[in-house]
Ligand binder design. Structure first.
Ligand code: ACM
Ligand code: ZN
Length: 639
């Protein structure tokens, strides 16, 4: 595929001598997309001449080489029919008489269980892998169809040989449903999109101070009381600034719904890992079962209504706490077959434990040094129980404090150093550092973006640049970095549409850092060549996403007299509108069709402001570049 890459190149000149007038427009060399439109970029791609083409009534068949490849063969048939109106038969290998074949087989020499090979010749396509590997080969093939094909009733796939496997075995997002809850249909849609991008973990954060979201048969008050709050803080994290909406809010997932979701995900090679928070973030439980809090006759408590951390947590001194948790975790493990069970462990204030006779007794009896070691006691005891059922725990990195439980996997959300400390103790680590992959952080300027958590800023370029394996680890230590995950905390995501906005397109960047070796990553190819195709596809699916601003333009001031602005839409098929009048651009303004020449008389300035509008009508925020024909201010000359 030939992609013409246009770039803004602005002659930001005349810096020292105002008289100098020149223009520089750089259109980068045309480039074949070596990744063939696939996100995440494959490990190895060899492009070959020619293409495999399917048209209506073609002599072509989809062939399955063994019974275990039948599912992928059927999925590809359904895809061709749905996306292109092409009706291609699926047949077993022995019965195939077609002139051209698309084969799904399991008979290949690929050791990575998620690896696959995909070969496209002019009359034959072969996808080979086992289990998840074959499914991922299918995802790549479908992506190649949608990026190379421009007409319905016809599919064109470029000839190539691909060998592919993931960099990390754990590639996930975390969906918090405690702060806000979303429909089952939405959870399934998320799982579909994860699978498309070869992500394999849906970490489901099911319990919070603000709501308990999983039916537990033995403790009905968890869904009668803990699942509902009387009202919610409107919009703002800071309780001082926060109004209340005076509207009861809540809900939960039944065990039947959960089984359905887990099975749906498994079909798509996504493992759902449940998170049951302990010992902190448990105020909602205490509202229903106050006897599990510290001291004698504690409570009453109410399910949290404003954001933040609460001091009332499970009592670590009472045996009743552990009986409760073992009962709950038993039901949880019956529902979720995952190897890992996430037990939270973050942000547990020690205030109540310090003043609780039961907690203090536990400290003395177990020769613990302080409340941090008491937290460690708590986690180790839970780990022992989870392990007795053949599972392993994951905990947020606070579980390092007071000593790690023997087989715990650490989810590193604070500074990278916490992950390094865990790796140095030979524990497995999943990287989820807030400063790179928290998707509740902003994607653009705060004054133009929907409300996000504070000032945290993780635009897509920052996510893409992140390397989950920190520098300086030995090869043995590097093996303990098993993957990367992006959490979606939902204080400010009242609706599923907002979740989608925060997730896309950052999910595509996450998928690439989770799958593709660092040496193959390429930001320009990702942002300017492949992502526009994928966003054009997403645009047809009624999914909300953040529309990137025009490629080739930034919020900045440039100095000089003549400029040429060359732009490219970040979504294939989208339009760019711009104006010079300082207002927010709209469709009544200029439509970008060719590079824009800007001439600024001496002593004057011009301002160009632009937005992107996608085929489905979604809009980007605006970008503004100011061109000034004055000397650049002296303090800025230095660099
Ligand atoms: C966290 O963000 N408290 C894990
Ligand atoms: Zn206590």
């Amino acid at each position: 595929m030939i992609i013409k890459k246009l770039m803004i190149r602005i002659a930001a000149l005349g810096i020292l001598s105002l008289g100098a007038q020149f223009i520089s427009v750089t259109a980068r060399a045309e480039q074949v997309d070596r990744n063939l439109g696939i996100i995440p970029a494959p490990l190895s791609v060899t492009s070959l001449p020619g293409e495999f083409r399917i048209i209506v009534d073609d002599d072509v068949a989809i062939v399955f080489g063994s019974a275990s490849a039948h599912k992928e063969a059927n999925l590809f048939r359904d895809y061709l029919y749905r996306a292109y109106g092409l009706d291609v038969p699926v047949v077993g290998k022995k019965r195939c008489r077609a002139g051209k074949t698309i084969s799904f087989t399991t008979d290949c020499d690929i050791s990575n269980p998620e690896g696959y090979s995909l070969t496209v010749h002019e009359s034959e396509i072969e996808v080979c892998g086992r289990g998840a590997g074959l499914f991922y080969g299918l995802q790549s093939l479908m992506q190649m169809c949608s990026t190379a094909t421009t007409h319905r009733e016809q599919v064109t796939i470029p000839c190539a040989e691909i060998r592919d496997e993931p960099r990390y075995s754990y590639r996930g997002i975390m969906q918090d449903v405690g702060y806000h809850i979303y429909p089952v249909s939405f959870i399934k849609k998320q799982i579909d999109l994860l699978a498309r991008y070869k992500m394999n973990i849906y970490h489901w954060h099911l319990t919070e101070d603000h709501g308990w979201r999983i039916e537990i048969k033995k403790y009905p008050r968890l869904t009668e009381i803990s699942a509902y709050r009387a009202q919610t803080c409107i919009s703002n994290y800071d309780p001082e600034l926060c109004g209340m909406d005076s509207t009861p809010y809540g809900g939960y997932y039944t065990q039947e719904e959960i089984r359905d979701i887990v099975a749906y995900a498994a079909e798509r090679h996504v493992t759902v890992i449940p998170e049951i928070e302990l010992p902190g973030h448990t105020l909602a439980v205490l509202a229903a079962y106050p006897e599990l809090a510290c001291g004698d006759n504690p409570g009453p408590f109410k399910v949290a209504e404003t954001w933040g951390i609460y001091e009332d947590v499970f009592c670590a001194g009472k045996e009743a706490t552990f009986h409760f948790l073992e009962d709950v975790l038993s039901e949880v493990m019956d529902l979720f077959p995952s190897k890992y069970i996430h037990i939270g462990g973050d942000e547990c204030p020690k205030t109540r434990w310090k003043n609780c006779p039961y907690c203090q007794r536990r400290i003395v009896d177990n020769h613990l040094k302080d409340e941090y070691e008491l937290q460690s006691y708590f986690i180790k005891r839970i780990e022992k129980f989870v392990k007795s059922k053949g599972r392993r725990i994951i905990g947020w990195d606070e579980i390092l404090e007071g000593g790690l439980a023997p087989d715990a996997t650490v989810m590193n959300w604070r500074g990278i150093n916490e992950g390094i400390k865990a790796v140095q103790q030979a524990h497995d680590v999943i990287m989820a550092p807030s400063e790179y992959v928290y998707f509740d952080y902003l994607q653009g300027p705060r004054d133009k973006e929907p409300l996000a958590i504070g000032w945290g800023f993780n635009p897509i370029e920052r996510v893409y640049a992140y390397n989950p394996t920190p520098e300086g680890l030995t090869p043995e230590q590097q093996k303990h970095i098993i993957g990367v995950e992006a959490p979606l905390w939902t204080e400010h995501m009242d609706t599923h549409r907002k979740v989608e906005y925060m997730l896309f397109p950052r999910l595509m960047a996450l998928a690439e850092i989770a799958w593709t070796p660092v040496e193959i990553k390429n930001l320009t190819n990702f942002l300017e060549v492949r992502l526009p195709e994928h966003l054009a596809w997403l645009d047809t699916t009624r999914t909300v996403y953040r529309v990137p601003t025009p490629i080739g333009m930034r919020d900045e001031t440039l100095y000089g007299s003549e400029f040429t602005v060359s732009l490219k839409a970040p979504v294939k098929g989208a339009e760019i509108y711009y104006n010079f009048d300082g207002q927010e651009p709209r469709e009544t303004d200029y439509l970008y069709e060719k590079p824009i020449r800007i001439i600024v008389p001496p002593g004057e300035k011009r301002e160009i402001r632009a937005i992107v509008v996608t085929p489905s009508g979604k809009r980007s925020i605006s970008t503004t570049t100011v061109f000034v024909n004055n000397p650049k201010p002296a303090e800025m000359h230095e660099d």
